[in-house]
Write a protein that binds this ligand. Structure first.
Ligand code: NDP
Ligand code: 2IT
Length: 448
C-alpha cells in the first residue's frame, strides 16, 4: 500500500525496486515508514538530509562461507551473514540466528528492527544482526562446536566490544555463544565482552536468559494496567517453546495469568490447568526434544499437529514468541473472534501487515516486538556495562533495572503516540520514538 507522504513513499518504492526478493526486509521497512509520516511532515531536516534514504541501507553487510566437517567426516558448507545496519548511537548490537530459513532478507529485516529497538532501550547501542542457514537441529555437540568455530573464524575480524557485539537469537543459545566466545578469544588473544548471553562463569549477566520473556510481560502488564486490565485471572497463549516463550510463561504465570497453550515447529499443546514452564525447560533446553513429549510428563495436556492452529485456542491474551509472520490475517481474525484483549509481540515481526490491521481495527491492545521484546537486548546492554566495569550485579539488581526500563519504554511509546496525534497507538509511538533518537544522532554527525 502506498505511504501517504511522497518522500517516504519514494524511498520505499526505490528500495522495493532494488531488492524485490527481500520480502521480509521490505515488510519491516514499510511497517516503520508508514508510521513516520507525521514526523517527516513536522521537521523538514529529515527529508533535506535524506535520513530515511540512509537509514534503510545497512552501513555494511558481510556474507561469508562457513565450511565445517560433520561427524561422518563429510565437508559441509553453510552461508554466514552479519549486517551492520546503523551505528549512529552506539556499536552495532544484535543477535545471531541459526536456522535453515536464514538469508539476507531475514537478516536485514531483523537488523533494521534492531536499530529502533535498541534506541528505545535508552542504552547506547546501534543496530545489527547476523546468522547462518545452519540448522542446529539433530546435530551433535561436536558438530555444533565445529560449526561455531568456523563461523567465528571469519566473523571475528568484523566485530569487537566497541564495534559490534553479537548475541543469541533463534537457534543460538548458551551453548553456541560459549563455543563462539572461546574461538574469538583464541583468535584475538584478548578477553573482552564481545558477545552477550555468555555463561555466568565467564562474564555473562544474571537474568539475561530470562530477560526477553520477563520483559515482554513487564511491558504487557504496564500497557494493560494503563488500560484498566492485567494478567490476573487471564488465559494466555504463548507460541514457541524456546528462550523467549519459556520465560514469558514463567512471568505471565507469576503475574496471575494461566498459560494454556504453547507450540513448536511441529504442533501445539493445550492444558487448561496451566503449562509448567519447568517441564518445557527440561524438554527444550536439556533434551532438545519435541514439544509433544510434554504429554509424557503431564498427561492432562493435549497435543495438536501443526503450529498455526494455536491462535484458535480460546484465551484472553496472545504472546507470540516463535518467529516472523506467525500470525496471519486468518489467525488474527480467530483471536478477535475469541475476544482476546491484547497481542503483545515477543518474537520479531510475528504479525503480518494484514494481521496488524485486523488486531488494531478491532480495538485490541497491540505492541510491536521492537518495543515489547526489547528486554533481551536491554539486558545485553547491561551485560556490556558489567563487563566494562569488571563487576557482576545481582539477579535482583538486573531484574529491577529491566522492569523499570521496560515500563519506561511503554511510557515513552504512549507519550510519543499522544504527542504525534495518535493516542493509544503503541506501534506508531514505538517507531517514532525509536527513530527520533537515531535520526537526530545522524543529523548531528553529518553525511556519513
Ligand atoms: P529459540 O530458538 O529459543 O526458540 C524458538 C521457538 O520457536 C522454538 O520453540 C521453535 O520451535 C519455534 N519456531 C521457530 N521457528 C518456527 C516456525 N517457523 N514456525 C513455528 N515455530 C517456530 O528462539 P528464541 O526464543 O530466542 O526467539 C524466538 C523469537 O523471539 C524470534 O523471533 C527472535 O528473533 C525473538 N527474540 C529473541 C530474543 C532473545 O533474546 N533470544 C530477543 C528478542 C526477540 P522448535 O522448538 O521446534 O525449534
Ligand atoms: O532480537 C533481539 O533483540 C535479540 N535477539 C537479542 C539481541 C541481543 O543483542 O541481545
Amino acid at each position: 500500500m502506498a505511504i501517504n507522504n511522497a518522500y517516504l513513499n519514494g524511498v520505499y518504492e526505490d528500495l522495493a525496486g532494488r531488492y524485490p526478493e527481500q520480502t521480509e526486509f521490505l515488510e519491516a521497512v514499510h511497517e516503520v515508514l508508514e508510521t513516520l509520516v507525521p514526523v517527516i511532515e513536522a521537521d523538514p531536516r529529515y527529508e533535506q538530509q535524506n535520513i530515511i534514504g540512509r537509514i534503510v541501507e545497512p552501513e555494511r553487510a558481510v556474507m561469508f562461507r562457513v565450511p565445517w566437517v560433520d561427524d561422518a567426516g563429510k565437508v559441509q558448507v553453510n552461508r554466514g551473514y552479519r549486517v551492520q545496519f546503523n551505528s549512529a548511537i552506539g556499536p552495532y548490537k544484535g543477535g545471531l540466528r541459526f536456522d535453515p530459513e536464514v538469508n539476507l532478507s531475514v537478516i536485514k529485516f531483523l537488523g533494521f528492527e534492531q536499530i529502533f529497538k535498541n534506541s528505545l532501550t535508552t542504552l547506547p547501542m546501534g543496530g545489527g544482526k547476523g546468522g547462518s542457514d545452519f540448522n542446529p537441529k539433530g546435530k551433535s555437540d561436536a558438530e555444533v562446536m565445529r560449526f561455531c568455530q568456523s563461523f567465528m573464524t571469519e566473523l571475528f575480524r568484523h566485530i569487537g566490544a566497541d564495534t559490534d557485539v553479537p548475541a543469541g537469537d533463534k537457534g543460538v543459545g548458551g551453548r553456541e555463544i560459549g563455543y563462539m566466545f572461546g574461538q574469538y578469544k583464541r583468535l584475538k588473544n584478548e578477553w573482552t565482552g564481545v558477545l552477550t548471553g555468555k555463561g555466568l562463569s565467564y562474564g555473562g549477566s544474571l537474568a539475561r536468559t530470562e530477560a526477553t520473556g520477563y520483559g515482554l510481560c513487564y511491558f504487557a502488564d504496564a500497557y494493560m494496567k494503563d488500560n484498566g486490565k492485567s494478567f490476573e485471572g487471564k488465559k494466555v497463549i504463548v507460541s514457541g517453546s524456546g528462550n523467549v516463550a519459556i520465560y514469558a510463561n514463567q512471568k505471565a504465570t507469576q503475574l496471575g495469568g494461566t498459560v494454556i497453550a504453547m507450540s513448536d515447529r511441529s504442533g501445539y499443546i493445550v492444558d487448561e490447568n496451566g503449562i509448567d514452564y519447568k517441564v518445557i525447560k527440561v524438554i527444550k533446553e536439556q533434551k532438545r526434544a519435541a514439544l509433544k513429549t510434554y504429554l509424557d510428563y503431564v498427561p492432562t495436556a493435549t497435543y495438536v499437529e501443526g503450529s498455526t492452529g494455536i491462535w484458535t485456542v480460546k484465551a484472553d491474551i496472545a504472546l507470540p514468541c516463535a518467529t516472523q509472520n506467525e500470525i496471519n490475517e486468518e489467525s488474527a481474525k480467530a483471536l478477535v473472534a475469541n475476544g482476546v484483549i491484547g497481542v503483545f509481540e515477543g518474537s520479531n515481526m510475528p504479525c503480518t501487515p494484514e494481521a496488524i490491521a485486523v488486531i488494531k481495527g478491532a480495538g485490541l491492545l497491540y505492541s510491536p516486538g521492537k518495543a515489547s521484546n526489547a528486554c533481551g537486548v536491554l539486558c545485553s546492554g547491561l551485560e556490556m556495562s558489567q563487563n566494562s566495569e569488571r563487576l557482576s550485579w545481582s539477579f535482583d539488581e538486573v531484574d529491577s533495572k529491566m522492569k523499570g526500563l521496560m515500563e519506561g519504554i511503554y511510557a515513552t511509546c504512549a507519550a510519543t503516540a499522544a504527542k504525534y496525534g495518535m493516542p493509544g497507538d503503541i506501534q506508531a509511538g514505538a517507531n517514532i520514538a525509536g527513530f527520533l533518537k537515531v535520526a537526530d544522532a545522524m543529523l548531528a554527525q553529518g553525511v556519513c
